[in-house]
Design a protein. Structure first.
Length: 174
């Protein structure tokens, strides 16, 4: 892996520009439609100035208006999808996989509900999770690699740029 392709390089480069953390500074009330989402679809959210790249958070849609995601204070959790309206930028992605593999990925992720969140969770291991690692691992076990960098971490941008997903819709609000 080349230095400029490493996610840690992105983090440090953005930190030098004053972009630290996930960039939250307002509630944007985007009006994206969640219609047509299927279990296993990925939801990405972003705030301006995020250190991680273009997107700062990821969740996987599990049906009935709910997403499985991870937070520092909650660990791996299930939340209503509506909170993604607070992001200034949002993208809805469909993983190019069959329904059975998507459900297996969801089932795997649900085994870790309540487990600890750690922002810099490395790909190996099942002790610590972050919002992207759990999705990457769940799909990786189904033979679908959502990481394009081959780095130790998985950033939300990797899902957006990955050839194994299709963009359903996206919206940005200033």
């Amino acid at each position: 892996i080349k230095k400029q392709d490493a996610i840690i390089f992105t983090y440090f480069n953005n930190a030098l520009k004053g972009r630290v953390g996930y960039g939250f500074n307002a509630y944007y009330d985007n009006d994206i439609s969640f219609s047509g989402l299927e279990p296993g679809d990925i939801v990405l959210g972003a705030y301006p100035g995020c250190a991680y790249g273009g997107f700062s958070h990821a969740g996987v849609y599990i049906g009935n208006g709910r997403v499985l995601e991870s937070y520092v204070d909650l660990g791996v959790t299930i939340q209503p999808i509506e909170h993604y309206r607070e992001y200034s930028r949002i993208a809805l992605l469909r993983v190019n996989a069959n329904v059975r593999d998507k459900q297996r990925a969801i089932d795997y992720m649900q085994e870790f509900l309540g487990k600890m969140f750690y922002p810099m969770a490395f790909k190996p291991g099942e002790r610590f999770w972050n919002c992207t690692k759990i999705m990457w691992k769940a799909y990786y076990l189904q033979g679908i690699d959502l990481s394009i960098s081959k780095d130790l971490w998985v950033a939300p941008d990797e899902f957006y740029l990955n050839p194994n997903v299709s963009i359903i819709r996206e919206k940005e609000r200033e």
